[in-house]
Design a binder for this molecule. Sequence first.
Ligand SMILES: Cc1cc2nc3c(=O)[nH]c(=O)nc-3n(C[C@H](O)[C@H](O)[C@H](O)COP(=O)(O)O)c2cc1C
Length: 250
Amino acid sequence: MRMNIKGMHGVPMRIATFYGTNTGYTEDVADEIKDTLGPLLVESCQNIEDLSVEDLQGYDVLLLGIATWDVGDLPDDWAMFFDKLDESDFTGTKVVMFGLGDQRGYPETFLDAMGLLYRKFLARGAVGGFGFWPTEDYDFVGSLAVYDDTFCGLAIDEDNEDHLTHGRIEKWCAQIKRELGVLHVCPPEEAPPRVREAASWGARSLGGRLGVQSPIGFRPSSVRRRLGAGRDSRGRSRPVTRSRRRGTSF
Ligand SMILES: Cc1cc2nc3c(=O)[nH]c(=O)nc-3n(C[C@H](O)[C@H](O)[C@H](O)COP(=O)(O)O)c2cc1C
């Protein structure tokens, strides 16, 4: 189903994830990123194997996942795709990168492929600068993915730091939502019951404005109160809990 995702100024926004993988780790990370951002936000999550360049066209935001292989090189799928990109035009498309590598085994070429793919899309007119990630928690010697002490995308090391992957993904997903200024406008008739209730209340109180239009994860305090947040019996403020949000966060 085509989702009604909008950007900061209410302009429709289409977001998709594409990844290449040799042994499956990048696919796992891509799936977790999609789940974390929310299934309503990311339109599709596909392996670039068997896709054509045209399949990547028409989106406003591309989340691109790539592991580094063969000492600073692309994984097989992206390698087959790479030269085909030379004929493509991605002018204005926002690219957001995530890369997998092994900082201990390959410290001099850590995440190189993420840098190679990022540069390729920029050369085809894409817009970068989203999802940059600090290098300070990693131990490596060199990387083509580093710009001014920052990785050009999320850096994942499943070989040595898989215990950090989940937290890194959560933090990064929150970061890119902010950076992209994504809004999800949910028409009342499609919303889960609790949102419908809040939406109709919001519509009434806001003079009949249609639907709920709010930045991801944010609701006006009045709507939060309606959903169960507010004050406890001692008058202390009570945040919306995770379980209360489930099914209504976009
Ligand atoms: C032969 C080989 C070469 C590799 N070369 C690099 C490298 O140059 N830089 C790097 O950061 N990681 C390198 N790696 C690590 C992989 O990127 C890492 O294992 C990654 O998680 C694999 O992801 P995938 O399962 O999606 O293909 C290499 C791994 C192997 C087995």
